[in-house]
Design a protein around this ligand. Structure first.
Ligand SMILES: *[C@@H]1O[C@H](CO)[C@@H](O)[C@H](O)[C@H]1NC(C)=O
Ligand SMILES: *[C@@H]1O[C@H](CO)[C@@H](O)[C@H](O)[C@H]1NC(C)=O
Ligand SMILES: *[C@@H]1O[C@H](CO)[C@@H](O)[C@H](O)[C@H]1NC(C)=O
Ligand SMILES: *[C@@H]1O[C@H](CO)[C@@H](O)[C@H](O)[C@H]1NC(C)=O
Length: 444
């Protein structure tokens, strides 16, 4: 809340002021027009008439026609004087009116420019820390050709403005202090498309009794000490709880991933059936040493990256913390975690990576258009000749041939391996399918 005091809510004030002065102007317009109406409508004339009959009513002497004419002439003169004064007044009112109208239009324009500056999809004008996070900010050295502008906007997910209430709650924090313990809430905002998040000026809570990680390469297969992280956001409060999760009932994301001595130990080491490719078999499709850098999308605890690391391939693993400290765990293994969702445009440049892998993440839960975005993005970041290992893509029945096969073909990958197989764990009648494929970005 301290941040509120740091940055006075000037724009809100300005806006109220503008509204108030606009109201005044409207009242002024209405009243001047009433005056005109008064003068030039029946009301005005009858007032004049009343005046005529009152103040200037001549005393009529029928016997003195000359005097009568004089009186009439005098009255006519008076009347014409009033008339010309009235016309003058009318003219001035007209000028005043048009001036006011111009003024009002100008003010309206200024106000709508102000509105446009923050409206921009926001329900209310962003204030305080959120306003800073939204920008724009003037560049201290002025225009720069790199930006083609003299101001810049901090990067912020466009969907943020759809969740302004939640975002305002998220942005209520002590600038310079400790970030509120709201990881789950924050990650939900991200997953709804408010990514990247706008909070930039607090210190994350750190674990009490933090101990340095185990040295590499032992770190790759070591469960870190419980004191290495903050457990607030998770159901489990220690690693043995997470390791034992595979024996628990209930569905958890990547349920057996933390058990490094269990199933994780053998993953990708051998070809198993049609759907489980072996890492070495995949690497053998390229000249030795030419697969050097890569990305694992939704890589759980990064065992794929660990196996790649053992083969001298550097892999970044994107992972969300779904009721588990996935990112922290990956980091303590000595691997690079990246906290971005599958909706995020991949933060790599075109034609750069040698390999991209993804297992159990890309599947039919993703809206078709967004899946296509993700696939095109993978194609984009892969270098020519780069590999996309699509591991256990999941879908149901006709979706495979009706939707996904055409989609994969559309992206432009070349098929090196392509195996579709039934997923049988929930029964054959469910008609669930897996696809494992090794795709190549063509050289030309
Ligand atoms: C009427 O009054 C005007 C101004 O007082 C005068 O110039 C004019 O001669 C008068 N006309 C008659 C017919 O008296
Ligand atoms: C870990 O947490 C579980 C509950 O989540 C608890 O039962 C267990 O005793 C804890 N183990 C250690 C070693 O702290
Ligand atoms: C990885 O690189 C190291 C150092 O260059 C080398 O000694 C080792 O043999 C390499 N490992 C593999 C699997 O290529
Ligand atoms: C998709 O089409 C191929 C060939 O046209 C066919 O062999 C396969 O069974 C179909 N797959 C599904 C899941 O329907």
């Amino acid at each position: 809340m301290g941040s509120m005091d740091d940055h006075p809510r000037k724009p809100t004030h300005t806006r109220n002021c503008t509204t108030r002065s606009n109201l005044k102007i409207v009242l002024l317009l209405v009243s001047t027009n009433l005056v005109s109406i008064f003068f030039f409508s029946g009301v005005g004339s009858s007032a004049l008439r009343a005046k005529w009959w009152g103040g200037y009513a001549p005393s009529i002497h029928l016997w003195d026609s000359e005097a009568l004419l004089r009186e009439l002439n005098a009255t006519k003169f008076e009347l014409s004087k009033y008339q010309s004064e009235s016309f003058e007044l009318h003219k001035r009112l007209g000028v005043a009116n048009s001036l006011l109208q111009t003024l009002l239009t100008d003010m309206g324009r200024t106000q709508s420019a102000q509105l446009a500056q923050w409206a921009d999809g926001w329900a209310r004008e962003p204030t305080a820390e959120l306003k800073l996070a939204v920008g724009p900010h003037k560049l201290p050295l002025g225009y720069t050709a790199n930006l083609g502008a003299d101001e810049l906007y901090p990067t912020l997910g466009t969907a943020c403005r759809r969740f302004q209430d939640e975002l305002e709650q998220y942005m209520r924090y002590d600038v310079g202090g400790e970030c509120p313990p709201d990881d789950v809430f924050a990650q939900r905002l991200m997953l709804k498309g408010c990514e990247p998040l706008p909070r930039r000026r607090c210190h994350p809570k750190t674990a009490r009794g933090y101990v340095e990680p185990v040295p590499f390469p032992a770190s790759l297969w070591t469960i870190p000490p419980d004191t290495s992280i903050v457990w607030d956001a998770y159901t489990c409060k220690n690693y043995s709880c997470l390791v034992n999760r595979n024996k628990e009932k209930g569905s958890y994301d990547c349920k057996d991933c933390f058990d490094l001595a269990g199933r994780e130990k053998d993953r990708w080491l051998r070809e198993i059936g049609e759907l489980d490719f072996g890492i070495d078999d995949v690497l053998r499709t390229r000249r030795p040493g030419t697969v050097r850098i890569g990305l694992d999308i939704g890589g759980g605890t990064a065992t794929w990256a660990a196996r790649m690391r053992e083969r001298n391939v550097t892999v970044v693993t994107s992972s969300m913390n779904f009721d588990g400290p996935f990112n922290s765990f990956i980091a303590s293994r000595g691997l690079v975690p990246m906290h971005i969702s599958v909706a995020h445009r991949l933060p790599f440049f075109d034609n750069t990576l040698d390999i991209v892998h993804s297992m159990h993440v890309l599947s039919n839960w993703i809206p078709d258009v967004m899946l296509e975005f993700a696939l095109y993005d993978i194609f984009r970041v892969l270098r020519p000749g780069g590999l996309f290992w699509l591991d256990h893509f999941f879908c149901v029945g006709d979706q495979m041939n009706a939707t996904y096969v055409p989609m994969f073909d559309r992206i432009g990958f070349r098929r090196l391996r392509w195996n579709a197989g039934r997923k049988l764990d929930r029964g054959i009648e469910k008609n669930e399918w897996y696809l494992s494929a090794l795709l190549e970005k063509p050289m030309t």
